[in-house]
Write a protein that binds this ligand. Structure first.
Ligand SMILES: C=Cc1c2[nH]c(c1C)Cc1[nH]c(c(CCC(=O)O)c1C)Cc1[nH]c(c(C)c1CCC(=O)O)Cc1[nH]c(c(C)c1C=C)C2
Length: 508
């Protein structure tokens, strides 16, 4: 029987996207979205904030309205699911794009404490010829020697190995120093996690495939032409993009005028206006069971009588779903992964006059690799994972360019340091060391502690999720409940929306 009443558990990006596409797929079904917080949107949180301060150079009172993000801040144009949603929700006019040729797109930095300065990463192979900066020899040695030697290294994947950590994979192919510096930084920027614990096949499946394609060499595999679409990939033509494919030509990243929340707010508006959709904000799920005789779902919440949906889409973090299931119907592997917590600190500074040095080089920002002796030493006291130079890419959101905004991310694998209490003067002093200049007093500091915001896919995650899907397809679930979202299959905005887009695809 097709769904007549669908419960969507979770009102973050995945839950809202799922509800949106379910209204299109099952226009007559009753759809209820349950969100534990009164505010929908989950980790996506953009705020427009007014800052007022006295300009010390001319004594004038200055005002600026700036958009600050507590979660994702820029989007990549290759995620078609995001573009489709922007098109379908009529948000194209709010797009702000960053061209591939801009400094924000080309200049990415690492802060490697041993080198004591920001090191720009090459953005193209020919960059090595014109590359400048005091650390270039060190980076060139590290980057080039390992990458150039890799194709000549013998195949060294152990027979029968079906997953390993990102760090083990990178060390095997490129060496331990390369892995510690580059792989750990990349993993900090995406997963805010320890590369020694993250599953390569879940986080970077294309590298695993490249190694196979390159007969053991990742570099050769990348240089070889990619295979055609795999059977579970959607052809580009199945997305309704309007003219967004053209708009996104030569775009590196993009955002929306009022920030990424523009998307979640528009979804909430659409769903609230839809007659068959019921939005329950500030309502927690406390229990989910299946009546053994009728086989109907029984959903117990903090707000209302028990609900009896015919179908359920759970977008809850897996450990939360585990907490609401009765033991009789518990599902496998829901507690196998831990979730990472990230403290996000938005900083707004007055822009220094043009005659003085800028606060930071133009660019995307920088990442800090794992310290040589791990996460529990004193080299990175505050547990800084990286810093984004927001003004380089999203200044067009703001009412004035008299201010500079940046965001520092802390915590993740430095677990014990990701505490909500941040000592701002310690933070500024550490950032000043990274940037090689003394930062002025910020005119605004905003701290968000994102507790358990990103799942850490441990080795074997893909296999475990396959087993979970298998159990959900059999009795008593019989395919009537789907478990989707960042906890299962991909942490990016595109992955979350894609998962929502596919919700209920096989219900008829
Ligand atoms: C709250 C902090 C987050 C950290 N990672 C993510 C969030 C929301 C999720 C994430 N970040 C990136 C990706 C890659 C795919 C994508 O959709 O772009 C994902 C899933 C990459 C990324 N990391 C940072 C930025 C600004 C971007 C996007 C732009 C780009 O790749 O050019 C910065 C950053 N994020 C985190 C840290 C520690 C960090 C540090 C500078 C954790």
């Amino acid at each position: 029987m097709g769904p007549t009443s669908i419960a969507v558990l979770g009102g973050g990006l995945t839950g809202l996207s799922a509800a949106f596409y379910l209204t299109r797929r099952f226009p007559t079904a009753r759809i209820a979205v349950y969100n534990s917080e009164a505010r929908f949107g989950g980790w996506v949180r953009s705020d427009r904030v007014r800052v007022s301060y006295t300009n010390h150079h001319n004594g004038k009172l200055e005002n600026a309205d700036v958009v600050l993000e507590a979660g994702p801040r820029t989007l990549r144009p290759n995620a078609r699911s995001v573009l489709e949603l922007i098109h379908l929700l009529n948000l194209s006019s709010t797009l702000l794009t960053v061209p591939k040729t801009s400094d924000a797109a080309k200049n990415r930095f690492l802060y490697i404490p041993e080198f004591g300065e920001l090191c720009r990463l090459p953005s193209a192979p020919l960059d090595f010829l014109t590359w400048s900066g005091p650390s270039r020899q060190n980076i060139r040695r590290l980057l080039l020697s390992s990458v150039a030697r890799e194709p000549f290294k013998r195949r060294n994947r152990r027979l029968g190995l079906d997953d390993e950590s990102v760090d083990d994979f990178m060390t095997r192919r490129f060496g331990s120093e390369w892995s510690r510096i580059f792989a750990s930084s990349l993993v900090h920027g995406i997963y805010a996690a320890d590369a020694r614990r993250l599953s390569l096949r879940s986080a970077f499946p294309s590298l695993w495939e490249a190694e196979e394609r390159g007969n053991g060499s990742v570099v050769s595999g990348i240089l070889r032409r990619s295979p055609p679409l795999t059977s579970d990939e959607e052809p580009a033509s199945s997305y309704e993009l309007g003219n967004l494919a053209d708009t996104m030509r030569d775009v590196s990243v993009y955002t929306l005028r009022e920030g990424i929340s523009t998307l979640t707010n528009a979804l909430v508006r659409y769903l609230r206006e839809h007659p068959n959709v019921y939005m329950y904000g500030g309502v927690r799920i406390t229990g989910l069971r299946i009546n053994p005789r009728s086989k109907h779902f029984e959903l117990i919440t903090t707000a209302m009588e028990t609900a009896f949906p015919t179908h359920v889409v759970s977008t809850l973090p897996l450990f939360r779903l585990h907490g609401v299931l009765t033991p009789a119907i518990s599902l496998p592997h829901l507690t196998a992964n831990t979730y990472t917590s990230v403290t996000v600190v938005n900083l707004v500074f007055p822009r220094p006059p043009p005659s003085t040095a800028p606060l930071h080089p133009e660019g995307f920002g920088y990442l800090v690799p794992r310290p040589t002796d791990g996460y529990f030493n004193d080299n990175n006291r505050l547990g800084i994972l990286g810093c984004v130079f927001d003004s380089s890419s999203t200044a067009t959101q703001d009412s004035s360019d008299a201010v500079v905004k940046m965001t520092v991310m802390l915590g993740g694998p430095y677990a014990s340091r990701s505490l909500p209490q941040i000592n701002v003067s310690d933070l500024l002093s550490e950032l000043s060391t990274h940037l090689g200049r003394t930062l002025p007093e910020p005119v605004l500091v905003k701290v968000h502690h994102n507790q358990h915001c990103i799942p850490l896919y441990s080795v074997g995650h893909l296999q475990r999720m396959e087993e979970l899907r298998h159990v959900l397809a059999s009795e008593p679930w019989a395919g009537r409940m789907e478990v989707i979202g960042a906890g299962v299959g991909g942490v990016s905005v595109g992955d979350c929306i894609e998962a929502g887009r596919n919700a209920g695809r096989f219900w008829s």
